[in-house]
Ligand binder design. Structure first.
Ligand SMILES: [Ca+2]
Ligand SMILES: [Ca+2]
Ligand SMILES: [Ca+2]
Ligand SMILES: [Ca+2]
Length: 349
């Protein structure tokens, strides 16, 4: 195992444990949003043994990409079903209007930024609760001696290689794609980071949750931000300039729609950088700014997101969302287009 320097006391129990972990991580790494899961999933092996790249309700993915489904995740919470492409449109519209009523707490049939902010916080808490429950199940399954106290780090060579390939777009400090060894070292760093002193490479249930879901632990959030900055920072000043943030990863221009994808990729990131991440608008994103931006429990962020979400669909520019606006922009809020909104909005709401 060139890829792992792991304390091995006996091979057989570890193999069983590893098998269990691979099987379970396969399930755990699957985001709740099914349409995007399909796009993102790649081969099954890519997900083995890895903490998920995608975290529900977090703005950036671990590889530094924008979370395309963020708005749907914080609007729908754990209740992401019922808006698939093939779902019955009438039922989906009704479901969306039921959601609308829940967000609209003062029942004036308009969603204000405050109402949306409160909703986002609630849905984020839901995702966290989900993460806690998932982590608990996985912890029990990978706990090697079944005593319920701790789990030990054991990566596989295959997982290192797959991760390296899957993250080929992420450049290391010298402009090369991360090697399997580097990916493994990063993973190990994260494991150490989740391991409160004295460091023994064993994680308790809480520490294991931090390893899988760094977004909900202050120390781990800092660590995750550091990793992202390290991956994107080209001049080594530990901050991100706009050009650094919008540099295209290697391999994105391969297919025929490459140019379009590049354009929208750059446009989306530029907008995000300028409007949300660079909070003091000085053209530089510091680690502190990125940390605030990525913290899912930050209320100020939630309000900014709420305003942004309203602005996307606010056709009559009254800084509120009416039912018609939410239906018309249903793709933004739910991930699927719900046609004939105008005809149906009155009969269904
Ligand atoms: Ca209202
Ligand atoms: Ca820099
Ligand atoms: Ca700044
Ligand atoms: Ca409006």
């Amino acid at each position: 195992m060139a890829c792992g320097r792991v304390p091995l006391s006996g091979l057989a129990p570890h193999c069983l444990w590893l098998l269990g972990l691979i099987l379970l991580m396969d399930v755990s790494a699957r985001p709740a949003n099914h349409s995007s899961a399909r796009e993102r999933a790649g081969s099954k092996d890519e997900r083995e043994l890895l903490p998920p790249d995608h975290l529900n309700g977090v703005k950036l993915e671990m590889d530094g990409h924008l979370n395309k489904d963020f708005h749907q995740e914080v609007f729908l919470g754990k209740d992401m079903d019922g808006f698939e492409e093939d779902a019955e449109p009438r039922r989906s519209r009704r479901k969306l209007m039921v959601l609308f009523s829940k967000v609209d707490v003062n029942t004036d049939r308009r969603i204000s930024a405050k109402e949306m902010q409160r909703w986002i916080m609630e849905k984020t808490a839901e995702h966290f609760q989900e993460a806690v429950e998932e982590s608990k199940v996985h912890f029990r399954a990978v706990d090697p001696d079944g005593d319920g106290t701790s789990v030990r780090f054991l990566p596989s060579q295959a997982a290192c290689l797959r991760t390296s390939q899957a993250r080929a777009g992420v450049l290391g400090p010298h402009g090369d794609p991360l090697s399997a060894q580097e990916v493994l070292e990063n993973l190990k760093d994260r494991w150490y980071q989740a391991d409160s002193p004295p460091s023994d490479l064993l994680l308790t249930e809480d520490e294991f949750l931090s390893f899988l879901h760094p977004e909900h632990s202050r120390g781990m959030l800092k660590f995750m931000v550091k990793e992202i900055v390290r991956d994107l920072d080209q001049d080594g000043d530990k901050q991100l300039s706009l050009p650094e943030f919008i540099s295209l990863p290697v391999g994105t221009v391969e297919n025929q729609q490459g140019q379009d994808i590049d354009d929208s990729w750059v446009r989306d990131r530029k907008k995000e950088f300028e409007e949300l991440i660079d909070a003091n608008h000085d053209g530089i994103v510091t680690m502190a700014e990125l940390e605030d931006y990525m913290d899912p429990m930050n209320e100020y962020n939630a309000l900014n997101e709420a305003k942004q979400m309203i602005a996307i669909a606010d056709e009559n520019q009254n800084q509120h969302l009416e039912p018609e606006e939410v239906l018309k922009y249903s793709e933004f809020f739910t991930g699927s287009k719900l046609m004939d909104y105008a005809r149906n909005v009155h009969e269904e709401f």
